[in-house]
Design a protein around this ligand. Structure first.
Ligand code: CMC
Length: 373
């Protein structure tokens, strides 16, 4: 990768914005995923802030840079009274992603940098988006459940703070670690549908909020980020491990898809799915309750047997399967699952938008290219 420019960030951090084609690398046959040339199995043990910095600025931060970046995020986490008032007016009977995109659009109108397209202005907007989206999701959830919003705690990590704002009490160390890893595993995945949407919007030199809202709208669909919510709902519907095999067989006989399986790029195990499976098992063991995990394993074994072994189709668990199981253990309702995906993914969208802004070229495919999708 080539270093394109250095700039002083007026939020107080000196950052280097690195132009790179290698924001993400996927080998779908070998099941390899890298962000900025670093394997996901290494990245998953870092703080989310470090991975967010890596994606957006091109290199892993040093200790000082990480402290400054995290301090910038902490400084921008709170949302004001008007945002809380608008959340009160949202519809709590539908998926939280609807409220999230509405609120992101609402706050964009009051961002003093909305039309500052300089790298510094874009970086300030990026930090606000990454910092505020978890607060919006947690605040929405609390208000929807008749509870007072919980202000962010600057002593906590991105993941721990989100769970704290959601529940009003600090999570266990394991839950905090798993939430942090969830955000990292969800942070980036090359030209997936939502990132492509964000890039298209950025390619017109529209502002960063608009590009992120495009990503949110696209992430919502059940064939993309919406699958996670459907996995949690599916596990609930199956209810007992002994129901799982017949549930899968019934769906497959009706040619219905099993949510959380299959991928356009991976034709083997999705490395994020493998990490999520280990985390789901760890969480189930720590809680002394293997129930939901056992259901998931029967679903997985049945899909592998029926589709991979019998039919030779490369349909393996994807990023959404065991993460959906984890949400069940963490009491995260399906209505929040896609928004939580967005909390992690926003860093990836922004990394791609910055890359696109540097290109100054509109994305304008021809219609015949759709035949290949
Ligand atoms: N369950 C059962 N069969 C499946 C599944 C599944 N989850 N996924 C694909 N297939 C079958 C499909 O029926 C088709 O069979 P046939 O060739 O006999 O018609 C074949 O596999 C190819 O399917 P496709 O839909 O053409 O494959 P695709 O590469 O276009 O789609 C996908 C990829 C992710 C949209 C698809 O696998 C799917 O719909 N999965 C379920 C939804 C899901 O979990 N989405 C999350 C995707 S990963 C995270 C993300 O990108 O956001």
């Amino acid at each position: 990768p080539q270093t394109s420019k250095f700039f002083e960030n007026p939020l107080g951090i000196t950052v280097r914005y690195k132009m790179s084609k290698n924001i993400c690398f996927i080998d779908g046959l070998e099941g390899i995923l890298k962000y900025r040339d670093i394997d996901i199995n290494q990245l998953v043990d870092l703080p989310y802030d470090a991975v967010s910095y890596l994606l957006i600025l091109g290199d892993l931060p040093g200790d000082q840079e990480l402290a400054e970046y995290s301090a910038c995020l902490h400084g921008e986490r709170e949302v004001n009274r008007e945002v809380i008032d608008v959340i009160h007016m949202c519809n709590f009977n539908i998926d939280s992603i609807e409220a999230l995109r509405t609120i992101v659009s609402f706050i964009s109108q009051f961002d003093p940098d909305i039309n500052d397209s300089s790298p510094e202005g874009n970086m300030r907007k990026a930090i606000r988006l990454i910092a505020k989206i978890p607060t919006i999701v947690a605040t929405y959830y609390r208000i929807a459940n008749g509870k007072e919003p919980v202000p962010p705690d600057p002593s906590l990590s991105h993941g721990a703070n989100f769970l704290y704002m959601l529940r009003g009490k600090k999570p266990s160390q394991l839950e905090a670690e798993i939430m942090e890893k969830d955000f990292i595993l969800s942070a980036e995945h090359e030209l997936n549908a939502s990132t492509f949407s964000s890039r298209v919007t950025a390619s017109t030199l529209s502002d960063l909020y608009s590009a992120v809202i495009s990503g949110l709208c696209t992430l919502k669909g059940p064939l993309h980020g919406g699958a996670r919510a459907e996995v949690t709902a599916m596990i609930e519907e199956i209810a007992y491990p002994e129901n799982a095999e017949s549930y899968v067989l019934d769906k497959l006989s009706k040619k219905e898809k099993i949510m959380g399986f299959g991928h356009r790029v991976y034709k083997t195990y999705d490395p994020r799915g493998t990490i999520f499976k280990q985390l789901a098992k760890q969480l189930a063991e720590a809680k002394g309750d293997m129930h939901w995990y056992n259901i998931a394993e029967v679903v997985e074994n049945t899909v592998i047997r029926e589709l991979v072994e019998k039919k030779g189709k490369p349909i393996y668990p994807n990023v959404d399967f065991y993460s959906g199981v984890i949400y069940k253990y963490m009491d995260i309702p399906p209505q929040l699952a896609t928004s939580i995906f967005a909390i992690g993914r926003v860093s990836g969208w922004i990394a791609h938008c910055f890359d696109q802004y540097e290109k100054k070229k509109v994305i304008r495919p021809r219609a015949f290219m759709l035949d290949e999708c």
